[in-house]
Ligand binder design. Structure first.
Ligand SMILES: Nc1nc2c(c(=O)[nH]1)N[C@H]1C(S)=C(S)[C@@H](COP(=O)(O)O)O[C@H]1N2
Ligand SMILES: [Mo]
Length: 209
């Protein structure tokens, strides 16, 4: 998908929803969303080529101990499974993904975030970035996932490692994650610089700035 990101955001901002929002007996569907049973691929550009030998995941910025993990070291961290829903700003939502990976708490314990840190920039292989408040990153259901529903994440879905932040729109769940940068001030990431909301809470319909 090589459409100009600025045009894409403008088009989406003014688009009439292609489908009516689904009924939501369980209260799990944020406003304006519809359900999909599929696992759509949504990538700007194409998946980057990643070599596990040289792959690193790095935590840096406002932390006491900047840390870098090799793939082997990262996979040796304690594992969790978390079942959560996924809401894309283009209006599809997908329920009950069973993600497996490393809880954000495991990372944070090892790097010790400085008190001045308030925001995070997530960096990805391929150059994608997305920003979020530190408090949202530290939510109980956030993890760095390598598998979904028992299968390793394919390159399309962000393998070998992606962030999953279920309570924010899915563009915050960066695929091919390469690092977390802890910052004192907010800065726009990739989509945010083209007009997506800096926060992106689907329950508040924070789609656009
Ligand atoms: N690195 C990177 N991460 C990304 C994206 C992307 O283009 N590049 N797209 C985002 C968007 S808009 C969505 S909806 C989800 C989609 O994840 P999926 O392709 O696994 O369904 O990934 C998010 N993470
Ligand atoms: Mo998305």
């Amino acid at each position: 998908m090589n459409i100009d990101p600025q045009k894409r955001v403008e088009r989406l901002r003014h688009a009439h929803p292609r489908r009516a929002p689904d009924a939501d007996p369980e209260g799990r569907l944020p406003p304006g969303q519809y359900l999909t049973g599929k696992f759509p691929v949504l990538t700007h550009g194409s998946p980057p080529r990643i070599d596990l030998e040289t792959w690193r995941f790095r935590a840096f910025g406002l932390v006491e101990s900047e840390t870098q993990w090799t793939h082997e070291a990262f996979r040796a961290l304690p594992q969790v499974e978390i079942k959560t829903d996924f809401h894309c700003v283009t209006r599809w939502s997908q329920l009950d993904n069973l993600w497996m990976g490393v809880h954000i708490r495991e990372i944070v314990e090892r790097i010790r975030i400085k008190p001045e840190a308030r925001y995070v920039m997530v960096h990805s292989y391929g150059g994608y970035t997305t920003n979020l408040p530190l408090d949202d990153l530290l939510d109980d259901d956030v993890l760095l996932a390598h598998s979904r529903n028992g299968q390793p994440l394919s390159p399309d879905h962000g393998g070998p490692l992606r962030l999953v932040v279920p309570k924010l729109y899915a563009w915050k769940s960066a695929k091919w994650a390469s690092g977390l940068e802890f910052m004192s001030e907010d800065k726009p990431g990739f989509w945010e610089s083209y007009g997506y909301h800096s926060h992106g809470d689907p329950w508040q319909e924070e789609r656009f700035a």
